[in-house]
Design a protein around this ligand. Structure first.
Ligand code: MSP
Length: 533
């Protein structure tokens, strides 16, 4: 494998490329929110980041959906793809590349890749017989199916019998190489439960899979036989490579790999694990490309306990949710409440409770009341205390000092809920600390030094909390930072990376009397539960 060395300082990650058979629902938004959090965190660390997202526009599913609406697949794809772009804007996703698989230069790259695999002798012509699920765009084994030949992921749809001439990719040839990969790189597939799933699938013995279709026109023709259309997955996965090209660069694999390859992280849902953790690395091995660092498969979102999906008609409209509650609220709920990797539930009253408790009460109120006291007892200035004046065993400093490292580890492990919990514990302790220390009484007793120490420690803890949560709730964190007198907007990438690098702002004790506090205002308004009428 020719390993292309890239600099330590870059981080490239991908979301899946979404099918455009419909507008996005919250399930598709979920991976993208998580990816954006990882990207923002990596930028805080000072890395150059490339976040890739986009749409997967070929294949039978899209062809049929467009036809059923009397539309051409291209115009239908254009409309749906635009829906993803606008939702990403609403959700405050800072992506760097949006790849559409219908882009002409993508075809050039796919052809070049096909050629490499063809020359490696890994493509042959054969007969494909089996059950095909159009919704999954995948052949299913008989034993995987539910009664009545239904797909377990799309139980309202029957799979279709296919018996046709196809081109095949020689996946079986890579059985041992893949096993060696999983063995030598135990972190390649995460979390552990997904790795085990893949291991048991591969250990059963890999079969070659077909990479072309007949009777499907919506896709790229197979370079060696234009009567066949390239299988949508063989085309879509390469979108990750095309996306790496600079905007005006000539589309060659060499150019695409020059700067960002190999991808550091593919974030996907558990239903497309096999494609990313088995087929994709084998395809890359065949074409002589180095492999991605990590594939992480998250769980499914459920609503009120039921799997969310179009078949059950219980999808959640992300636009309505953002319009009602704001993007920070939506991002926070899904990342804090659901262990990334496991299935997780959406329930509106739980949603409101979590936001009110964590962001409005614990974090927002803490800032508010502390700033109120600073105004009253310290003439509206940050106390003239410095970090050195506060002993290591101080109740808040003792939690604050190791917090940055803890939260960094959690983000790196994609344990977003742990990151939030660790930060919230500092916030909760700060509220308690304020109640116990009662600076209003200290002030009455004339203990100005003690008052200032208490207020400094609490303000600094709020600052650290806002900083560490900024990848998840960038608007709220920016608001807090502004009130604390830092002219930093966490949505401005360059400004944040230079003015507030993690190495400095990720530690406790950054606030100084030099800061001129900004205008105080509530940061996260309490949400009133909707009236049931
Ligand atoms: N087009 C392929 C991916 C190609 S990547 C080269 C595809 N698209 S998809 O639109 O059907 O799904 C995209 C992602 O959305 C998948 O990771 C899938 O797991 C995720 N989700 C779809 N519904 C979901 C939930 N209800 N919950 C969480 N994520 C789910 O597959």
């Amino acid at each position: 494998m020719n390993q292309v060395k890239k600099t330590q300082n870059t981080f490239a990650l991908t979301t899946p490329l979404y099918y455009v058979n419909d507008l996005p629902h919250i399930g598709s938004a979920y991976t993208t929110m998580a990816a954006d959090v990882v990207a923002r965190f990596q930028r805080l660390l000072g890395h150059r980041v490339l976040l890739i997202t986009g749409t997967d526009e070929h294949g039978q599913k899209i062809q049929r959906t467009a036809e059923s609406k009397g539309r051409s697949p291209q115009s239908f794809s254009d409309e749906m793809s635009a829906g993803f772009v606008s939702l990403w804007q609403l959700l405050n996703i800072q992506y760097d590349r949006f790849i559409r698989t219908t882009a002409p230069r993508h075809e050039v790259l796919v052809k070049e890749f096909f050629q490499r695999v063809w020359e490696a002798g890994d493509i042959y012509h054969g007969q494909q017989k089996g059950w095909y699920c159009v919704s999954c765009e995948e052949f299913k084994e008989e034993r995987e199916l539910l009664e009545g030949h239904r797909c377990p992921l799309h139980p309202n749809k029957e799979v279709e019998w296919r018996d046709e001439q196809n081109y095949f990719f020689r996946l079986s040839k890579y059985q041992e190489k893949l096993q060696a990969l999983y063995e030598s790189r135990p972190d390649f597939i995460q979390p552990e439960s997904r790795r085990n799933e893949v291991l048991s699938f591969v250990n059963q013995g890999l079969q070659d899979f077909s990479i072309s279709r007949v009777n499907v026109d919506w896709g790229f023709p197979v370079p060696v036989d234009p009567n066949h259309t390239l299988y949508v997955w063989f085309d879509a996965l390469l979108g990750y490579v095309t996306a790496l090209l600079e905007p005006d660069e000539e589309p060659t694999i060499k150019n695409a790999l020059a700067k960002w390859w190999p991808i550091n992280l593919h974030l996907i849902g558990k239903d497309i694990l096999r494609f990313h953790a088995v087929y994709w690395p084998a395809m890359l091995m065949s074409a002589g490309l180095s492999l991605p660092e990590r594939v992480f498969g998250h769980g499914f979102l459920t609503k009120d306990g039921q799997k969310m999906g179009k078949s059950l008609g219980n999808t959640l409209d992300p636009i309505g949710l953002v319009e009602r509650y704001g993007s920070d609220a939506v991002r926070y709920y899904f990342l804090k409440e659901i262990e990334f990797g496991k299935d997780g539930d959406f329930n509106e009253s739980r949603f409101i409770d979590v936001l009110n408790a964590d962001l409005a009460n614990d974090l927002g109120n803490l800032l508010n009341r502390t700033l109120g006291m600073v105004k009253k007892y310290c003439a509206g200035n940050v106390p003239t205390i410095t970090n050195e004046d506060i002993p290591f065993e101080h109740a808040l400093k003792a939690i604050g000092l190791p917090l940055g490292e803890q939260v960094r580890n959690a983000y790196e492990a994609l344990a977003f809920n742990q990151a939030c919990k660790a930060v919230l514990s500092l916030v909760k302790t700060s509220n308690k600390f304020l109640d116990e220390q009662a600076p209003w009484s200290l002030y009455k007793q004339g203990q100005q030094q003690a008052v200032e120490q208490v207020l400094y420690a609490v303000l600094e803890s709020v600052r650290l909390a806002a900083y560490l949560l900024s990848p998840i709730i960038p608007d709220t964190s920016s608001d807090i930072y502004q009130q604390l007198g830092f002219g930093i907007n966490f949505n401005e990438q360059i400004e944040t990376a230079t003015a507030a690098p993690f190495a400095i702002h990720g530690t406790w004790g950054v606030l100084t009397n030099q800061q001129k506090l900004g205008q105080a205002r509530p940061v996260f308004k309490k949400i009133e539960p909707p009236k049931n009428d």
